[in-house]
Design a protein around this ligand. Sequence first.
Ligand SMILES: Nc1ncnc2c1ncn2[C@@H]1O[C@H](COP(=O)(O)OP(=O)(O)OP(=O)(O)O)[C@@H](O)[C@H]1O
Length: 330
Amino acid sequence: MSTPLLEVTDLRTVFHTPRGDVHAVDGVSFSLAPGESLGLVGESGSGKSVLGRTVMGLIGSGATTTVSGSVLLGGRSVHDLRPAERRRLWGPEVAMVFQDPMTSLNPVKRVGTHLTETLRRHLRCSRADAVERGIDLLRQVGIPEPARRMRQYPHELSGGMRQRVVIATALACDPRLLIADEPTTALDVTVQKQILDLLASLVAERTMAMVLVSHDLGAVAGRTDRVQVMYAGRTVESGPTRPVFAAPDHPYTDALLASIPRLGNPPHTLLRTIEGNPPDMGRPPEGCRFAPRCGFASARCAEEQPVAAVVPGGREVACHHPILEVSRGR
Ligand SMILES: Nc1ncnc2c1ncn2[C@@H]1O[C@H](COP(=O)(O)OP(=O)(O)OP(=O)(O)O)[C@@H](O)[C@H]1O
């Protein structure tokens, strides 16, 4: 295996709120090689976005937040850098695409200005060079008539086109890592697939690594090499995407997959739902956090926190009663 581009070890992000501490990310580890893509999935509130932002260095320790553990990007500890040094990572080393393109684009700046400002700031190139590169970037993300689009304002573009502009801006400095946080949630279904396919093809073309954060397992399936399933701030299962989705080992992954509607199912097939709600992150249960909602839970699950164990196939599962091959009868 090549040297990791990103190494996250025992990362914890705690928000100190008037209601008490919220352990949004609670001991998460993973690594990513250059050109590798990781899907980060889980229900709303499981800590995916906070993890992405902490990895990026957008969330750090301060008066209201404590970050511990380590994030090494290209061998450098993101949280030990001075703020100015950390800002220099944003663009050439790591870039982020957020959920809603309108929050990333300035409505009073033309599309071209977003691109050329970023290019000139980081690459110190001439204005003419920046315009030429900007047009090329728009072409790479599939925007027709890129020279004309450069002169338009964000409101003149459709939602899908705006997200393509955001992606082009994120790619402007040729980052080694792209963190895409629910990049298609604000878009309609037909455009979602196009944007997700675009991201997957850009990763393949550029040997750029990608963390794709999504609550939608379908978004991650077929477009990422590995998947990490999060529940209440912790990783419950991780491994190569295809085998994990084909035969999950953690009851939570299994339940998430069973709750996806599938076109091939016979008519009137009932969808499984996961009873109950994720825990209050200010007061999570002791032991396994999924235990109160898990059909396999025993007394041990309520008392003892399961540690991640390596299971065959390069997978890790944190469960006292994993659905391993033997019990599944495969
Ligand atoms: N600034 C903050 N202060 C306090 N708590 C926060 C803050 N930001 C996030 N949280 C809490 O951290 C937990 C994880 O939030 P996060 O946004 O990472 O979830 P998520 O898995 O990305 O969900 P979603 O898909 O809804 O964004 C939640 O309980 C959330 O309320």
